[in-house]
Every structure is written in structure tokens, then in C-alpha cells.
Write a protein that binds this ligand. Sequence first.
Ligand SMILES: [Zn+2]
Ligand SMILES: [Zn+2]
Ligand SMILES: [Zn+2]
Length: 163
Amino acid sequence: MPPANSNIFEHHDHRRCALGGMSEAREHCRRAGLRLTAVRARVLEILLESHRALGAYDILERLAAEGLGSQPPVVYRALEFLAAHGFVHRLERLNAFTACAVPQPGHEAAFLICQSCRKVAETPLAGIAAGIDQQAAALGFEVRSRVVEITGLCTTCRDREAA
Ligand SMILES: [Zn+2]
Ligand SMILES: [Zn+2]
Ligand SMILES: [Zn+2]
């Protein structure tokens, strides 16, 4: 895992990110008595390979090429498991998935999505959530879930556009 204040949009030692994410997931599964099957582990690994969002079909293609399964339900079930336990997040806007930066079941986050390269950074929702809840409460509205997805351009893509 990168240090909490690191910027995934900037150049960084991604091998450490990916390996760290994997060992954290294995550790969490061991503690919680969850079964990280070969397919579940590989799906997470594929998502951890980059900070980009991937659709279920992108992942399915990879698994099929590796002989790990070519049936859509296999991938959907694995993604469902990984999402339920906080290892990956579903991005509604892209209809895609991204590996979690801080795996923890049921946590909420805001996502900064680069519309050019599809890299995704996760940032804590805490500061924004209070404002949303306040506005909702004023309308007598009970918040059940908050999905905050913000699109824009990452540092690399901004530099490229400026060049
Ligand atoms: Zn990384
Ligand atoms: Zn997360
Ligand atoms: Zn970008």
C-alpha cells in the first residue's frame, strides 16, 4: 500500500502498491475466515495491476486467456465477493470496478476518475458526507448510501494536454 498521503496519479513504486494490496487482502481473509479462491484472488490481482477502472468483461477476457474461466457468472460472483468485503469498489458511472486503496468492509469513499486514462483515486468521504447528510436532513430525507464520483483529468493527462 502507498502511504496514506501519496498521490496515485503521480509516478510511484506501483509494485509495492499491488503486492501490498494482495497481501493485505490475504491477511484480511485469513483473519475473517473468508475464502480467497484462485479466481477471486486473480480478479483482485488484475484490478491491482493498475489504478485503472476495469469492466467485468475486460476481466473476463483476461481470465479466459489464462484458462481460469470464461463464464460471466464466475467473474460476477468473484467481483460480488470482493466488493462485499471491501476489496474492490463498483464505479456506477463507468460500470466498472477498481481495487480499493484501504480495504475495509462497508467503508465509503469519494472517487476521482480521470476521464482520459480511467485511473481512479479514492479519497475519504468523511469531510463531504457531513454536508450531504445535513442537506438531506433539512429535506427530511434519510440517506442510505452515498456514491460520489468526480470526473476530471489526472496530473499525467493534464501535462499531456498542456504539451
Ligand atoms: Zn500504485
Ligand atoms: Zn475503498
Ligand atoms: Zn489520466
